[in-house]
Design a protein around this ligand. Structure first.
Ligand SMILES: [Fe+2]
Length: 220
């Protein structure tokens, strides 16, 4: 998806500029630094963010709320054709948090409105026991509007994000090029469990495959 509606030309201009710059930045840490430097201006552009939110309420073509996403409070704003980066918006209700999870790419999380909390974890076990994972909380970061926090891929970036307050909050995240892993890990730190979370379409295919296995051989 590259083309945004004309009314959001300002947002398109930001994404076009990021694409051009990111193509010339080869190192991962330099890309992260570039996004960290660029994000505050977008996070603090309340007029533009309110316009996006209004378009969601009105059911406009963009952002496409029918698009399947890993989390139900996630809105895809942009996926670069070359997978250089993607931009997603998250709206958290009071007290709502994601499950503890990891990512297949780096990410920069930014606060648009109210407060966003990011809690980081470190894996403590040796990963030899299937379904078992022991985590230790390492730090908690409270983001205010315009502030950002970096999330690293895989085990270096186990985290959860959410809303510690009583007002609905808004987070905007930029993610880098994903590695080829078809799922993310989802953790239950209290039960010491880890499970795989597949994207919605893949999840449905896997469910149907499992169902077919239980139904025996059939003629398709
Ligand atoms: Fe995340």
């Amino acid at each position: 998806m590259t083309q945004l509606p004309q009314s959001l030309g300002e947002l398109q201009a930001v994404f076009d500029r990021w694409t051009q710059s990111m193509q010339n930045i080869k190192e991962r840490n330099d890309r992260i630094a570039f996004v960290c430097a660029e994000m505050p201006a977008l996070l603090l552009n309340r007029r533009l963010l309110k316009k996006i939110m209004t378009d969601i309420v009105k059911g406009k073509r963009y952002p496409d709320i029918r698009q399947a996403t890993m989390f139900s409070n996630e809105f895809i704003l942009y996926i670069n054709n070359q997978r250089l980066y993607s931009v997603r918006l998250y709206i958290y209700e009071p007290g709502q948090y994601t499950p503890v999870h990891d990512h297949n790419s780096w990410g920069v999380y930014g606060c648009v409105s109210k407060k966003v909390e990011v809690i980081r974890y470190r894996r403590q076990d040796d990963e030899t026991s299937q379904g078992y994972a022991r985590l230790r909380e390492t730090d908690r970061i409270m983001l205010r509007p315009g502030e950002t926090s970096v999330v690293r891929p895989l085990n270096d970036g186990i985290h959860q994000a959410g809303n510690p307050a009583t007002d609905t909050c808004v987070m905007l995240s930029v993610y880098g090029t994903p590695i080829r892993r078809l799922y993310v890990n989802q953790y239950d730190p209290l039960q010491n469990r880890v499970s795989r979370l597949y994207p919605p379409r893949l999840r449905k295919k896997r469910l149907a495959t499992q169902a077919l296995e239980t139904m025996g051989v059939i003629d398709l």
